[in-house]
Write a protein that binds this ligand. Structure first.
Ligand SMILES: [Zn+2]
Length: 143
Protein backbone atom coordinates (compact mmCIF):
# COMPACT_ATOMS: atom_id res chain seq x y z
CA UNK A 1 0.00 0.00 0.00
CA UNK A 2 1.10 3.53 -0.63
CA UNK A 3 2.30 5.54 2.34
CA UNK A 4 -0.17 8.27 3.20
CA UNK A 5 0.55 11.66 4.74
CA UNK A 6 -1.52 10.90 7.84
CA UNK A 7 0.54 7.77 8.51
CA UNK A 8 3.77 9.67 8.12
CA UNK A 9 2.40 12.08 10.68
CA UNK A 10 1.73 9.26 13.16
CA UNK A 11 5.24 7.95 12.54
CA UNK A 12 6.77 11.40 13.10
CA UNK A 13 4.85 11.78 16.34
CA UNK A 14 5.99 8.34 17.49
CA UNK A 15 9.63 9.25 16.86
CA UNK A 16 9.17 12.50 18.71
CA UNK A 17 7.79 10.68 21.74
CA UNK A 18 10.86 8.45 21.64
CA UNK A 19 13.12 11.52 21.41
CA UNK A 20 14.32 10.40 18.00
CA UNK A 21 14.74 12.52 14.90
CA UNK A 22 12.79 11.89 11.73
CA UNK A 23 15.66 10.78 9.49
CA UNK A 24 15.77 9.52 5.95
CA UNK A 25 16.96 6.09 7.09
CA UNK A 26 14.10 5.72 9.54
CA UNK A 27 11.64 6.84 6.93
CA UNK A 28 12.97 4.24 4.46
CA UNK A 29 12.34 1.47 6.99
CA UNK A 30 8.82 2.74 7.58
CA UNK A 31 8.11 3.11 3.88
CA UNK A 32 9.48 -0.35 3.08
CA UNK A 33 7.33 -2.10 5.65
CA UNK A 34 4.14 -0.18 4.89
CA UNK A 35 4.69 -0.44 1.14
CA UNK A 36 4.81 -4.23 1.16
CA UNK A 37 2.13 -6.70 2.13
CA UNK A 38 3.40 -9.70 4.03
CA UNK A 39 5.33 -10.90 7.01
CA UNK A 40 8.98 -9.98 6.99
CA UNK A 41 11.91 -10.48 9.28
CA UNK A 42 14.60 -7.86 9.75
CA UNK A 43 16.85 -9.39 7.10
CA UNK A 44 13.99 -9.31 4.55
CA UNK A 45 13.52 -5.61 5.22
CA UNK A 46 17.24 -4.95 4.85
CA UNK A 47 17.26 -6.86 1.54
CA UNK A 48 14.27 -4.91 0.21
CA UNK A 49 15.91 -1.62 1.13
CA UNK A 50 19.14 -2.64 -0.62
CA UNK A 51 17.28 -3.85 -3.68
CA UNK A 52 15.89 -0.36 -4.07
CA UNK A 53 19.42 0.98 -4.00
CA UNK A 54 19.00 2.56 -0.60
CA UNK A 55 20.66 2.16 2.73
CA UNK A 56 19.70 1.68 6.34
CA UNK A 57 21.88 0.22 9.03
CA UNK A 58 20.81 -2.99 10.71
CA UNK A 59 20.53 -1.19 14.04
CA UNK A 60 18.23 1.43 12.52
CA UNK A 61 16.04 -1.25 10.96
CA UNK A 62 15.67 -3.13 14.26
CA UNK A 63 15.03 -0.01 16.29
CA UNK A 64 12.58 1.50 13.81
CA UNK A 65 10.57 -1.72 13.51
CA UNK A 66 10.22 -1.87 17.27
CA UNK A 67 8.95 1.71 17.35
CA UNK A 68 6.39 0.89 14.65
CA UNK A 69 5.21 -2.02 16.80
CA UNK A 70 5.08 0.09 19.95
CA UNK A 71 2.84 2.66 18.25
CA UNK A 72 0.59 0.08 16.60
CA UNK A 73 1.74 0.84 13.08
CA UNK A 74 3.01 -2.71 12.83
CA UNK A 75 2.69 -6.02 14.59
CA UNK A 76 5.40 -8.45 15.49
CA UNK A 77 5.28 -12.14 16.03
CA UNK A 78 7.93 -14.70 16.73
CA UNK A 79 7.84 -18.13 15.18
CA UNK A 80 9.36 -21.36 16.49
CA UNK A 81 12.65 -20.47 14.83
CA UNK A 82 12.90 -17.53 17.25
CA UNK A 83 12.99 -14.96 14.44
CA UNK A 84 10.58 -12.04 14.69
CA UNK A 85 8.35 -11.25 11.71
CA UNK A 86 6.81 -7.86 11.19
CA UNK A 87 3.82 -6.70 9.20
CA UNK A 88 2.33 -3.25 8.96
CA UNK A 89 -1.10 -2.67 10.50
CA UNK A 90 -2.27 0.28 8.45
CA UNK A 91 -5.73 -0.29 6.97
CA UNK A 92 -5.50 -3.95 7.88
CA UNK A 93 -8.24 -6.01 9.40
CA UNK A 94 -7.41 -7.95 12.50
CA UNK A 95 -6.30 -11.48 11.72
CA UNK A 96 -4.45 -14.45 13.13
CA UNK A 97 -1.80 -16.67 11.65
CA UNK A 98 -1.26 -20.29 10.79
CA UNK A 99 2.33 -21.32 10.33
CA UNK A 100 3.13 -24.28 8.12
CA UNK A 101 5.86 -26.06 10.10
CA UNK A 102 7.23 -27.75 6.99
CA UNK A 103 7.51 -24.74 4.70
CA UNK A 104 7.35 -21.81 7.17
CA UNK A 105 4.53 -20.38 5.04
CA UNK A 106 2.33 -17.98 6.95
CA UNK A 107 -1.40 -18.23 6.30
CA UNK A 108 -3.72 -15.52 7.58
CA UNK A 109 -7.13 -16.33 8.93
CA UNK A 110 -9.93 -14.79 10.88
CA UNK A 111 -12.79 -16.52 12.63
CA UNK A 112 -15.73 -14.71 14.16
CA UNK A 113 -16.74 -18.01 15.71
CA UNK A 114 -13.40 -18.22 17.51
CA UNK A 115 -13.55 -14.59 18.68
CA UNK A 116 -17.03 -15.14 20.06
CA UNK A 117 -16.01 -18.31 21.87
CA UNK A 118 -13.01 -16.57 23.45
CA UNK A 119 -15.20 -13.68 24.62
CA UNK A 120 -17.59 -16.15 26.21
CA UNK A 121 -14.78 -18.01 27.97
CA UNK A 122 -13.39 -14.75 29.39
CA UNK A 123 -16.85 -13.57 30.39
CA UNK A 124 -17.51 -16.77 32.34
CA UNK A 125 -14.55 -15.79 34.51
CA UNK A 126 -15.76 -12.20 34.77
CA UNK A 127 -13.40 -10.69 32.19
CA UNK A 128 -13.54 -9.04 28.84
CA UNK A 129 -10.93 -9.69 26.20
CA UNK A 130 -8.76 -6.71 25.29
CA UNK A 131 -6.33 -8.51 23.05
CA UNK A 132 -5.90 -12.02 21.81
CA UNK A 133 -3.33 -13.50 19.51
CA UNK A 134 -3.46 -16.94 17.99
CA UNK A 135 -0.80 -18.85 16.20
CA UNK A 136 -1.64 -22.26 14.85
CA UNK A 137 1.27 -24.44 13.91
CA UNK A 138 0.06 -26.63 11.10
CA UNK A 139 1.14 -29.11 8.49
CA UNK A 140 -0.56 -30.06 5.27
CA UNK A 141 -2.84 -33.08 5.46
CA UNK A 142 -1.32 -35.70 3.20
CA UNK A 143 -3.82 -37.07 0.75
ZN1 LIG B 1 -0.59 -11.33 8.98
Amino acid sequence: MKVKTKHIKIFKEALKKENLKFTNQRFIVFETLVGNEGHFDCEDIIQMIRKNGRKASRATVYRTLDILVKYDLASKFVLDDGIARYEHQISRDFHDHMIDIETNDIIEFHSNKLEKLISEIAKESGYEVVKNIHQLFVKKIKK
